[in-house]
Design a protein around this ligand. Structure first.
Ligand SMILES: [Zn+2]
Length: 161
């Protein structure tokens, strides 16, 4: 029931990522995002949320760093993550101001095969484009627009019209 791939299961884990995003310390200059990495056997491998360990942390970056990803070049290979799915409440970033590596590049370097998101990054702080970059590197990207409103609600303080 909890293996990634079916839409019910994808919704389950994406909801879990959105719930994590609600734990973020709100910021006036960055989105609140949650991320959960699930193996092809349905086990949670790691998770994270924005600013969890440091004020500059992005959710995907924290989640990957907790399990030592991405591995430095030349280090011993770990189990392939080609069958793993990263659930993120927001499209992974393709560029950022605070750190050199965009989350899309960290995901690609980690060998994760699939990313499921609720919401495309609006161009408020940086340009979007993470989904495009992931796809260009062969990562499958699935958007579940039915959960976009829940992901946006956590960021309502940034989205005043
Ligand atoms: Zn990011």
């Amino acid at each position: 029931m909890t293996q990634p791939g079916s839409s019910d299961v994808d919704r389950h884990w994406l909801r879990a990522a959105i719930e994590l995003s609600a734990r973020c310390t709100p910021s006036a200059s960055a989105f609140s995002v949650g991320a959960v990495l699930v193996g092809d056997d349905g086990e949670v491998l790691t998770d994270g949320y924005s600013r969890e360990l440091d004020p500059a942390d992005h959710a995907e970056e924290v989640a990957l760093a907790k399990i030592g990803l991405p591995r430095p070049a030349g280090s011993a290979a770990m189990t392939s993550l080609a069958g793993a799915t990263l659930y993120s409440s927001l499209e992974p970033c393709a560029g950022r101001k605070s750190r050199p590596s965009a989350c899309a590049d960290l995901i690609i370097a980690s060998g994760i095969g699939r990313v499921v998101i609720a919401w495309r990054e609006p161009p408020i702080f940086v340009r979007g484009g993470g989904a495009l970059r992931l796809r260009a590197s062969g990562v499958i990207v699935t958007t579940l627009p039915e959960l976009a409103a829940a992901a946006r609600a956590v960021n309502a303080h940034l989205l005043r019209d």
